[in-house]
Design a protein around this ligand. Structure first.
Ligand SMILES: *Cc1c(COP(=O)(O)O)cnc(C)c1O
Length: 344
């Protein structure tokens, strides 16, 4: 597959903005920087940040065993996904395929970019309907979004189905792995180089505990990353975010300990919630949340709010009739949830 053919015309020829910091990269203390109209008085943040975030990428590269030139960082996954839309989808012409029930940002970003959406529902096991997806694609279908583990259904998709889709879909396949650190399944990063049309996105917002700093990560071929680099805003990752990300990536043991605690709590919580009489089903989870089918989601949601617990009501989503989504919290928070559900 030739990625060049999938790009929008204006993107093929786009020249990136050359920032002051792009022209001269080796920052040493002896040099005088009078190229960017910054305030010269030193604080932690008086200089523009590294537009290529080389320290963060180098650390990610070591952790994930992916070369830095196959990594792009965004202001949250939201920005990463938006850049992918802008690179490949011609407004008022192209379409993308999403598999509801799934993450809401794919359709928000499609609408924002004037891209139409073809929806192919997951099957009753929350798995992709492979044949129907392949039948639905047309010559303007540029991106297929696979969220695995999927939000809000909490399952990972069968690897063979995903593989068939990557091989047979004629556009870009984005696998959103926001929850991969909570999953039993291998990340598709290990197979990134087998597929020219594969983009894997991850984030520091969930397992890494840094939702507040906004850092999303995109892994792809170096050709795709080079295109996204040309269209990203030059200083999209601010200095404070880069510092906080680096600190956390250098404390990976803490992340692993926290993930392990969340997974233990997920198991406990799932068992106890299953036994509650108005609960009809607790779906298997490969993420840090549980999708729970109850007798009357709107009513239970309201009752929980009255007791000071804010869950996510997913009952209006297809295949999620009367479902609530509970994020696994701390031991105390989970205890409070259980007590409250039992009182109800
Ligand atoms: C939470 C979540 C994200 C994270 O988005 P950020 O912008 O990186 O915080 C991405 N994808 C899915 C499916 C999510 O649930």
């Amino acid at each position: 597959m030739n990625i060049e053919n999938l790009l929008r015309e204006n993107i093929k020829n786009l020249k990136a903005y050359s920032s002051a910091r792009d022209e001269y990269k080796e920052v040493t203390n002896e040099m005088v920087f009078i190229d960017a109209n910054e305030n010269p008085f030193e604080s932690d943040v008086n200089r523009y940040p590294d537009p290529q975030q080389s320290k963060v990428k180098s650390r990610l590269s070591d952790l994930k065993r992916i070369p830095s030139n196959q990594i792009l960082l965004g202001n949250g996954s939201d920005e990463v996904l938006d850049l992918i839309f802008r690179a490949f989808c011609e407004p008022n012409q192209d379409n993308v395929i999403t598999l509801p029930p799934t993450y809401g940002m794919y359709s928000v970003l499609a609408n924002l970019n004037a891209i139409s959406i073809k929806e192919v529902l997951l099957d009753s096991n929350f798995e992709p309907n492979v044949n129907q997806i392949l039948k639905t694609q047309d010559q303007n279908s540029k991106i297929l979004f696979l969220c695995s583990p999927n939000n809000p259904t909490a399952n990972s998709f069968e690897a063979l189905k995903v593989e068939k889709l990557i091989k047979e879909f004629k556009g870009i396949v984005v696998i959103d792995e926001a929850y991969i650190d909570f999953s039993n399944q291998d990340s598709w990063l290990s197979r990134l180089n087998e597929f020219q049309n594969l983009i894997v996105t991850q984030t520091l917002s969930k397992a890494y505990g840094l939702a507040g700093i906004r850092l999303g990560i995109c892994y792809a071929s170096k050709e795709i990353i080079a295109v996204l680099n040309r269209i990203k805003p030059p200083y999209n990752i601010n200095e404070l975010t880069q510092q906080a990300a680096l600190k956390r990536l250098n404390a990976i043991d803490t992340v692993n300990t926290e993930v392990k605690m969340i997974l233990d709590q997920r198991t406990q919580l799932s068992k106890v919630i299953e036994a509650i009489d108005f609960v009809e089903n607790v779906y298997a989870s490969d993420a840090n949340f549980l999708l729970v089918k109850v007798d009357d989601a709107n009513n239970r949601y309201r009752q929980l709010i009255e007791k000071g617990i804010v869950a996510r009501n997913r009952t209006t989503q297809p295949l999620c009739d009367n479902c609530l989504r509970f994020t696994v919290g701390t031991l105390d928070e989970n205890q409070k949830l259980i007590e409250t559900l039992n009182q109800l």
